[in-house]
Design a protein around this ligand. Structure first.
Ligand SMILES: *Cc1c(COP(=O)(O)O)cnc(C)c1O
Length: 399
């Protein structure tokens, strides 16, 4: 009998990647995957309710904040949309800070809920200047909610969250910080950047799967949500539904994503056991070594200055005359290494090398540089891959 062919089997030459250096999601730690395979406990069982309460406290400990974390049963993008829906009332003037695709995108969500939006947009290879935020408040003291993406991943650049947070708090406005691809990979916490809603998840720097979100929400933010006549209830966009779910004596509004919750627990254990500072150090060193290797091969970084280049993702400018997709395909075909492209406005202009979770280890800088250089060679560019690897190794040796 003839073998059945499907659309999938026709593409049998496409092998599973060997090493994924994407900008997330990442190849998760085996320990996290094992935790996700634990029995799915009944959510109303007292054992699970205690486990969930403990987990919210563990997440708060990792975020170095007091109140138990708010966990949403979705990946971070819908959680950010839920934040816009819950926090922004029809009376609110929103200041949207856009230095990349995620920052710009928040403005589209905000538009459904706000009274008016003021936007500061910079070229997507630059970061937001705190002084410009200060000036915006001077012009518009009625700004009530500010949204900031700490690390706009499709640009691989970092915004000065602490300086901006200080200014927002001084003006008594509320700050939303998307720290999805920076928390766990560098020194960023809700309290030190004065975030009223701080959003992150296990699928990036913690090396987990992307199914849930954990957040820190300030009392000021909860009060604002309570006063918002349009804040949703009994909805995927509701933060309020899950506000008290951390308490073991409170029912869940809907069934939690038990397997993902188990995975988050393991992700936080790995992070806390290794020690935050150690985790940040290996992310920073991997990124620094990668940047050195990329530059030594005569390639350019996307970030306008290296000071704003992310320690969790390196964006490399696509060299003239070559297509980003050809470089990505060649790296994959030649060495089994996967990189990320840009997205929306940065698509075609840059390629991203992720340093998140298990691959935020210095040795992967040499892997990234080797694969990137080899791909360009394959496409006919004269590239000194050895010089790139030596430069990366020199950074690693210095530590
Ligand atoms: C990954 C990411 C998100 C979440 O996107 P998902 O599609 O939910 O994974 C949000 N913000 C930033 C900056 C991210 O990098």
């Amino acid at each position: 009998m003839a073998k059945k062919t499907t659309a999938r089997s026709k593409d049998a030459s496409l092998k599973e990647p060997l090493i994924t250096l994407s900008a997330g999601p990442v190849a998760a730690y085996p320990r996290i995957l094992q935790a996700m395979a634990r029995p799915v406990q009944y959510d109303y069982d007292p054992w699970f309710q205690q486990f969930y309460e403990d987990l919210t406290k563990k997440a708060a400990k990792a975020m170095r904040t007091r109140a138990p974390a708010l966990i949403l049963q979705c990946e971070p993008a819908p959680a950010i949309e839920a934040t816009a829906a819950s926090l922004i009332s029809p009376n609110d003037v929103v200041l949207n800070l856009a230095s990349g695709v995620y920052g710009k995108g928040f403005g589209y969500w905000s538009a459904r809920y706000h009274k008016e939006m003021v936007e500061i947009e910079v070229p997507f290879n630059e970061s937001i200047d705190a002084a410009v935020v200060k000036a915006a408040f001077k012009k518009r003291p009625d700004i009530k909610v500010v949204s900031l993406v700490h690390h706009d991943t499709p640009s691989g650049t970092i915004n000065p969250a602490r300086e901006i947070g200080r200014i927002v708090r001084d003006h008594d406005a509320l700050l939303i910080v998307d720290a999805v691809s920076s928390f766990g990979g560098m020194d960023i916490h809700p309290d030190d950047c004065f975030a009223d809603v701080f959003i992150t998840g296990p699928g990036k720097c913690l090396g987990g799967a992307p199914g849930v979100t954990f957040m820190a929400v300030s009392d000021r933010a909860w009060r604002h949500i309570k006063k918002n006549p349009k804040a949703p209830f009994a909805s995927i966009l509701s933060l309020s539904d899950w506000k008290d779910a951390w308490r073991k004596d409170k029912p869940f509004p809907f069934t939690p994503s038990v397997a993902d919750i188990n995975g988050l627990d393991a992700a936080l254990d790995i992070y806390l056991e290794e020690g935050a500072e150690n985790v940040w150090r290996r992310h920073a060193l991997t990124a620094k070594a990668t940047r050195a290797g990329i530059k030594a091969m005569g390639l350019a970084l996307w970030a306008k200055t290296e000071a704003i280049a992310s320690p969790t993702c390196t964006a490399v400018k696509v060299p003239d005359g070559i297509k980003d997709s050809d470089i990505i395909a060649a790296a994959r075909a030649e060495l089994g290494v996967v990189f990320s492209s840009g997205r929306d406005q940065t698509k075609g202009k840059l390629i991203r090398i992720g340093h998140m979770g298990p691959v935020a280890e210095p040795v992967y800088a040499t892997v990234a540089v080797t694969a990137f250089g080899t791909a360009l060679r394959k496409l006919g560019k004269k590239i000194d891959v050895g010089a790139g690897v030596e430069a990366a190794l020199a950074v690693i040796a210095k530590g």
